[in-house]
Write a new protein. Structure first.
Length: 319
């Protein structure tokens, strides 16, 4: 018979020691789990509370977010006409370019943190030529390369407009907060061969964004009818002339101050392969296409109706 002796030791000594061992192992395991969870939770919380973080899990952050307002640095601010400004921006924490595409029209929301309001603006894939500014103080716009993160906003300043006054008062080195992109229109109709774009004021940015985003020549020809109460600045007219030289667009200008208004006869007749866009203030949209109604789906009226345009081939983009 095998005998056991405890040699004057507490018979529970082994049990107590084993319990301490288990307790020690449990603490180490819990510590490992805590550290592992922290390694995930801390970056997540930092990204949530600080969306400007440049790197998240080792990859460069996107310049825009549809959830957060990201900061962009003002790299130039030029008044190109009385109360009309070109604001050049670049991402503060990213080197990636914005999602330019000739298959869609999109905008960004810009926030005024002083009064907590946001407005939509259509960005342009261009930047200011620093050489021209330095040599002759001339504003020249250069189309972006695929990797260029800079872009421009065209902003009309109104004396009674808190938002536009805030944007146009930003100096070089200041920041603006943007969120997006908001897709205003996505083109996926292969049978369309012509866009007819009727724009007013800063609505000219809509066709310019689409046309300047083309990486290769599109099969779609674009005709633009632009109305304004001032003559378009030279810096924009140069862009338009270059696009016309490339054979992808034709621009027609109408000056309200000279009583040269767009008429029904100026608008091309609708065809089965054409699509019309109307972009501008409410009064302009009503004149060209009738009141847009809820979600822009009211029957087409105004000048477009006289040229056989209807709700199926007309898109209203309210400025």
């Amino acid at each position: 018979m095998r005998s056991f002796r405890f040699a004057n030791r507490n018979p529970f000594h082994r049990s107590i020691g084993y319990g301490r061992l288990l307790d020690s192992r449990s603490k180490k395991r819990n510590l490992a789990l805590f550290l592992g969870a922290s390694a995930v939770a801390i970056p997540l919380s930092l990204h949530y509370f600080n969306p400007d973080a440049k790197y998240f899990f080792g990859s460069a952050a996107e310049p825009l977010s549809q959830q957060y307002f990201n900061k962009f640095i003002v790299t130039n601010n030029q008044e190109i006409e009385r109360n009309l400004y070109l604001i050049e921006l670049e991402p503060s924490q990213s080197t990636k370019s914005l999602p330019w595409s000739n298959q869609k029209i999109w905008s960004v929301q810009l926030k005024n943190p002083l009064i907590q309001i946001a407005r939509h603006y259509t960005p342009l894939p261009v930047h200011l030529d620093p050489g021209a500014l330095q040599k002759s103080n001339e504003v020249v716009l250069v189309p972006n390369s695929d990797k260029d993160a800079r872009f421009c906003l065209l902003v009309k300043k109104y004396n009674d407009g808190d938002m536009t006054r805030y944007i146009c008062s930003r100096n070089i080195g200041d920041t603006l907060e943007l969120r997006g992109p908001s897709n205003d229109y996505i083109h996926d109709e292969a049978h369309i061969s012509k866009f007819v774009m009727l724009t007013a004021g800063t609505g000219i940015t809509v066709p310019l964004q689409l046309l300047l985003s083309e990486k290769e020549k599109s099969h779609i020809y674009t005709e633009v009818l632009q109305s304004s109460n001032i003559e378009l600045p030279l810096v924009l007219r140069r862009l338009m002339k270059d696009l016309e030289k490339n054979g992808i667009a034709k621009f027609h200008e109408f000056d309200d101050n000279s009583r040269k208004f767009v008429t029904a006869n100026d608008i091309p007749l609708a065809t089965s392969s054409s699509l019309a866009f109307v972009c501008g203030p409410n009064g302009y949209i009503n004149y060209i296409s009738g009141p847009p109604g809820r979600n822009g789906l009211a029957p087409v009226g105004g000048l477009l109706r006289d040229r056989n345009w209807g709700i199926k081939n007309t898109i209203r983009l309210i400025d």
